[in-house]
Ligand binder design. Structure first.
Ligand code: FE2
Length: 218
């Protein structure tokens, strides 16, 4: 059953971000005895923004004041934030950050001599709906030296400390040797961080990905 939730957006992005539809299905997150498997935590890494960009909305492929779109495979990334009993965590702040299509973070600490995509926002945030839903428009992450493709997440539920993790791409060959992903020894838990990117069949994003986050509360 589809639920429709109005979410904040910029007027020019209305076509893409006007609604949040159809958040159902959590079979992949099910654990024993009806409880959900907690999403494993991962390190924050060195590239969380030192200073948040002026444009920090949930559309990372379009930067306020710039006319171009980010390079890369545009992805409709959505999911829900839940507690261990599968109850929605509303009002949680979900932050994501990732490198651009050239593998470069928009962070002064990334000093590699590679091009920077000026049309990629690099960071975005979203406050979850009553159903715990979040949604971003971003790019499919790419590898950079030493790391499999990933998107960093920080989820801050009301009254709680931030929960930090990273999301990976199903089928990426770099996953086999990524030191952070493989630090999670339980394959069921590791699988909770690996997400399929599949074609949408049309619209303003060519790919879609679904990442539900189960916090260790409840
Ligand atoms: Fe990273």
């Amino acid at each position: 059953m589809a639920r429709i939730v109005q979410i904040p957006h910029k007027p020019r992005r209305r076509r893409f971000l006007g609604t949040l539809v159809g958040l159902t299905g959590l079979a992949s997150a099910s654990g024993a005895a009806g409880a959900l498997l907690r999403t494993p935590a991962q390190s924050r890494g060195p590239f969380y923004p030192q200073k948040l960009p002026l444009d920090s909305d949930s559309d990372l492929v379009q930067v306020e004041g710039k006319s171009g779109l980010a390079k890369g495979e545009i992805t409709d990334l959505r999911g829900r934030v839940l507690d261990l009993r599968g109850r929605a965590v509303a009002g949680a702040r979900v932050e994501i950050w990732q490198c651009d299509a050239f593998g470069r973070y928009h962070h002064p600490g990334d000093r590699r001599n590679v091009a920077l995509d000026p049309n990629f926002q690099g960071y975005g945030r979203f406050t979850t709906s009553q159903e715990g839903g979040y949604r971003f428009r971003t790019i499919k992450p790419v590898p950079y030296p030493g790391r499999a493709p990933h998107i960093h997440f920080a989820v801050t539920a009301p009254g709680a400390d931030p929960f930090i993790t990273q999301m990976y791409v199903a089928g990426a060959p770099e996953n086999e040797r990524d030191f952070l992903l493989n630090r999670i020894s339980d394959p069921r838990l590791r699988a909770r961080l690996i997400v399929a990117f599949t074609p949408t069949g049309g619209g303003s994003a060519g790919l879609k990905a679904r990442f539900d986050i189960v916090l260790g509360q409840g």
